[in-house]
Ligand binder design. Structure first.
Ligand code: PEP
Ligand code: MG
Length: 323
């Protein structure tokens, strides 16, 4: 098996019938790049920048952030790199940014909500990102977007910082894609409207599933409700992917589900464009994809979405189709 995977390191990610998908990696620091290269990652689908903040005794400076983003972009030699702006709050705390105690931190002041509110901190990150953009293929992604207002506000701040930098004579790439994570059901439902304004979607299933099922992703007692294969989740995903494609945009996924061996056949069938996962799952997934027929997987996903009534039925159907 190991030998087979090794051979796939430099191979494209294609199905049996030749349909290409992008298999990229989730990283937390520039140190993770070696693992990505060793496992044949075609890019970075999620760089969780909050670790930069969590590993620092105080807010990381613009310079420190610039160096980290530049290192990742250069390290990927022109391959696409999706950098997610800071997603703090929820279960992730910063000692130097005291947040009020909340009844439901996962439903509270976190991620883009903090960034839009404390915009000096956010603008520092945006400037660092913009400055790094000339060192590779940068894509910027905002987390926990619930409304179009939030996206427009974040995008406007990005444009403002870009204009300031250009005026200062700093070079900024002019082909930076700007997208959002789909991890709040409200955004998934309005994906058709979001798709007109964003450059891409990346579905954060870790959060999308917990919010759709109203089941805390950390709570063992309700973990039976954490159901990636529930037809409700699959239908949401279809709407997100189809909405992106209707506007000529791409849709990826960076939650755990993207590297899940039961989910991958369904996601191939739904036409997801980009799969982002831990580097160690890439070769296994590339190997699985090679054995799938995309037309047959489209038939599978159609049945899973509209004929199956439970997650268990979906799992049984996937197994039957991939035997
Ligand atoms: C997600 O919610 O699926 C995701 C990728 O973000 P995180 O796990 O960092 O919340
Ligand atoms: Mg998330």
């Amino acid at each position: 098996l190991k030998a087979e995977w090794d051979k796939l390191k430099d191979a494209p990610s294609v199905t049996k019938d030749g349909k290409h998908f992008e298999l990229v990696a989730n990283i937390g620091t520039p140190k993770d790049l070696e693992g990505v290269r060793n496992n044949g990652g075609e890019g970075i689908g999620l760089y969780r920048t909050e670790f930069l903040y969590m590993d620092s005794p105080d807010f990381p400076t613009e310079e420190a952030q610039f160096e980290a983003y530049k290192a990742v972009l250069e390290g990927m030699s022109g391959k696409p790199v999706v950098v997610r702006t800071m997603d703090i709050g929820g279960d992730k705390e910063l000692p130097y940014l005291p947040l009020p105690e909340e009844m439901n931190p996962f439903l509270g002041y976190r991620a883009i909500r903090v960034c839009l509110d404390q915009d000096a901190m956010f603008r520092t990150q945006l400037r660092a990102l913009l400055r790094s953009s000339v060192y590779g293929s940068l894509r910027i992604m905002f987390p926990m977007i619930a409304t179009l207002q939030e996206f427009r506000e974040a995008k406007a701040m990005l444009e403002e910082e870009k204009a300031k930098l250009v005026k200062e004579g700093v070079k900024v790439a002019d082909d930076i894609q700007v997208g959002i994570m789909i991890e709040i059901p409200a955004a998934a439902v309005l994906a058709d409207q979001f798709a007109k304004e964003v450059d891409f979607f990346s579905v954060g299933t870790n959060d999308l599933i917990q919010y759709t099922m109203a089941a805390d992703r950390m709570n063992e007692r309700v973990s039976y409700l954490y159901q990636p294969y529930n037809p409700s989740i699959l239908r949401l995903l279809k709407h997100v992917i189809d909405s992106a494609h209707k506007e000529g945009k791409w849709a990826g996924m960076c939650g755990e589900m993207a590297g899940d061996q039961i989910a991958v056949p369904l996601l191939v069938g739904l036409g997801l464009d980009e799969f982002s996962m831990s580097a160690t799952s890439i070769l296994k997934t590339r190997s699985l994809m090679k054995r799938l027929d995309s037309e047959k997987m489209a038939e599978l996903s159609q049945k899973a979405l509209y004929e199956c009534t439970t997650a268990d039925e979906v799992v049984a159907l996937v197994k039957e189709y991939t035997k």
